[in-house]
Design a protein around this ligand. Structure first.
Ligand code: ZN
Length: 138
């Protein structure tokens, strides 16, 4: 069973913590970076709770970006003693790598704030999956 944090990091459904939030598991597949199924393939939890639901995820995204930009700046400027332009160059290198990851992470955090985990439902979904994947037992 995935924990709250594991569920966010692995981008799973907040209700059953099993179904994937995004169609493509690869965040660098840019065409499908933000494509989400309408509902959880495991428990049918709606992933678009209301129109514009993920607008609020931009606040999470902002916080995540500040959370890594400031320490990175302080490290480059004061630990390495490099000039500001080194920081800017580092940003140009890191941003294309981090944007898809932070985008998905912020959406995952956002939906986890609004949808509660249902352990009973998760166990049911797990059993149903085991039955369907192992028909020789019955
Ligand atoms: Zn689910």
């Amino acid at each position: 069973m995935a924990s709250f944090l594991q569920s966010i990091v692995t981008q799973r459904c907040p209700r059953c913590r099993q179904g994937r939030l995004f169609l493509s598991p690869n965040p660098f597949h840019l065409k499908e970076m933000q494509t989400m199924p309408k509902e959880c393939p495991v428990c049918k939890q709606d992933f678009v709770i209301e129109p514009g639901f993920y607008f609020g995820a931009t606040y999470i995204s902002y916080a995540l970006n500040v959370a890594w930009l400031i320490p990175t700046f302080l490290f480059i400027r004061f630990v390495l003693g490099e000039p500001f332009r080194t920081f800017v160059i580092t940003m140009f290198i890191l941003l294309p790598v981090l944007v898809p990851i932070l985008f998905r992470l912020s959406r995952a955090i956002w939906i986890h704030l609004f949808v509660r985990y249902d352990p009973g439902l998760a166990a049911q979904a797990r059993e149903a999956r085991q039955e369907s994947s192992d028909p020789s037992d019955s």
